[in-house]
Design a protein around this ligand. Structure first.
Ligand code: MTE
Ligand code: MO
Length: 449
């Protein structure tokens, strides 16, 4: 081992924290081979605090919305009935509240924003990571306790967002390729990511403000490629030491990222609309043409996939209503003989797609009265399905009592198709699609919650 070079000796190396300091210095001199070649290759003159902060600002505005709408989607499942996924979240439990039935498009909005924004921010997230990637190779890897903690929070932040995006995108493609439960992973992943995000924002907000003030966006958007200059060297080392010539200006970089987001939006929003627009959602499984006619809208789980047999939904089908000590059994003719109510309501699936249709059937509150529970506090709905997570659901009192809450028998003037839940299905304003149970076989009304 060569003798220490006196010119690099620091007086502090002999002090109280001399040993750790000497260790960092040794690390500093022994950067893993190759990493400096890699970082030296990153010479984009665009990298710098301003551009990083512009992407950061875009995420600072959108990410809280994605997080909050995601948590609202969870709350909409009525976790107090033990039917949200994951069921047991320990002390990460959200306060219980009754999910409202108004506005009827509430869940359509929250799930649409969560999934839609989650898709649209992907180019911004990638651009933001690109803008800071040299920091990943910072050497020595640990300079101080504060720096180690900051890097750990960044690991959770970057790992967290990539994990949430990857699992979310796979889930809406119905690609369950991971070996774990999506809901559990996405829920806990969300909390890890959110905690890291809060730390990151607290640490970096002052720098974001300074960086954004350092350049005029208007001037930046007017600067041609040839006139693009690197930002002045910054304390974080985002600006490369030896910047290369610009191949694209900041305007071009922002246009590329913004254009990418717009393109993703254009190829996905269609899933939230009916008519020809739905077919523009090329990137999504529910963007395909659902066929025409009164039952021509997307099917989540077909009758065949659910294992419900034709003989169970035919003349032999009966609806069993239970409640205040009585049991009522009705066939479809008896239901059709009751007062019919029509409502135009959405089905909104937590996986992002939604549709609005005109449903006709019997009010749930009329069925509750028939079962001897005129003031229901909850209702448990069963279907003919024997297995599957969504073969049953519990509805809150306000969801049973809403005048538009139906056991639907018909849609758009025609009988429900087998795939849409014939002989009868649940439709409730603002209820998550998963709880709009198809092929209903029985409802238990409870007066006490
Ligand atoms: N019995 C039963 N009902 C069900 C489901 C199911 O798997 N089984 N899927 C639910 C889900 S997740 C959604 S989004 C809606 C979709 O209704 P649709 O297939 O009529 O569009 O049905 C709900 N009803
Ligand atoms: Mo769904």
């Amino acid at each position: 081992m060569p003798a220490p070079d006196p010119s690099t000796q620091d007086p502090a190396d002999t002090g109280r924290y001399g040993a750790p300091r000497r260790l960092w210095r040794a690390l500093d001199r022994h950067r893993p081979p190759g990493t400096d070649t890699v970082t030296r290759g990153w010479r984009s003159p665009l990298r710098g605090p301003w551009l990083t902060s512009v992407y950061g600002l875009a995420l600072l505005v959108t990410l809280p919305l994605v997080v909050v709408t995601g948590l609202l989607d969870y709350a909409a499942y009525a976790p107090r009935f033990g039917q949200a996924f994951p069921t047991d979240v320990g002390w990460l439990r959200l306060p219980y509240f009754d999910w409202p039935t108004r506005p009827a498009w509430l869940f359509r909005l929250t799930q649409g924003l969560h999934v839609g924004l989650g898709i649209v921010i992907v180019p911004v997230v990638l651009a933001k990571l690109w803008s800071v990637i040299p920091k990943l190779f910072d050497w020595p890897p640990a300079r101080s306790v504060a720096q180690v903690l900051e890097r750990l929070s960044l690991l959770l932040l970057v790992g967290g967002i990539l994990f949430q995006i990857a699992t979310g995108l796979l889930n809406i493609q119905y690609a369950y390729v991971f070996g774990f439960d999506f809901y559990t992973a996405h829920y806990f992943g969300a909390w890890v990511f959110t905690a890291a995000l809060v730390v990151h924002v607290v640490l970096k907000l002052p720098r974001l403000v300074t960086a954004l003030r350092s350049r005029s966006p208007g001037a930046e958007l007017r600067t041609p490629v040839a006139a693009t200059r690197p930002e002045p060297p910054d304390p974080d080392g985002l600006v490369p030491a030896r910047p290369g010539p610009p191949t694209v200006g900041r305007r071009g970089a922002l246009a590329l990222v913004g254009g990418g987001s717009l393109l993703l939006a254009a190829l996905t929003v269609g899933q939230s609309f009916d008519g020809p627009l739905r077919r523009t959602a090329w990137l999504l499984p529910r963007g395909q043409d659902p066929g025409g006619g009164p039952n021509g809208f997307p099917v989540n789980r077909s009758v065949a996939a659910a294992g419900v047999r034709p003989e169970e939904t035919g003349a032999a089908w009966r609806l069993t209503l239970r409640g205040g000590g009585t049991t009522a059994t009705l066939d479809r003719a008896a239901l059709l003989a009751m007062p019919q109510h029509t409502a135009r309501l959405p089905i909104a699936c937590v996986e992002g797609w939604s549709t609005v249709q005109t449903w006709t059937g019997v009010r749930l509150r009329d069925l509750a009265a028939l079962a001897g529970v005129p003031e229901p506090a909850s209702a448990h709905v069963r279907s003919l399905e024997r297995t599957g997570l969504f073969r049953q659901a519990t509805l809150q009192g306000n969801q049973v009592r809403d005048p538009d809450s139906l056991l639907a028998l018909r849609v758009n003037g025609a009988d429900l198709s087998a795939d849409h839940g014939f002989p009868a299905r649940i439709i409730v304003p603002a209820l998550p699609g998963v709880h709009c149970t198809k092929w209903v076989s029985g409802i238990d009304f409870r007066a006490d919650g």
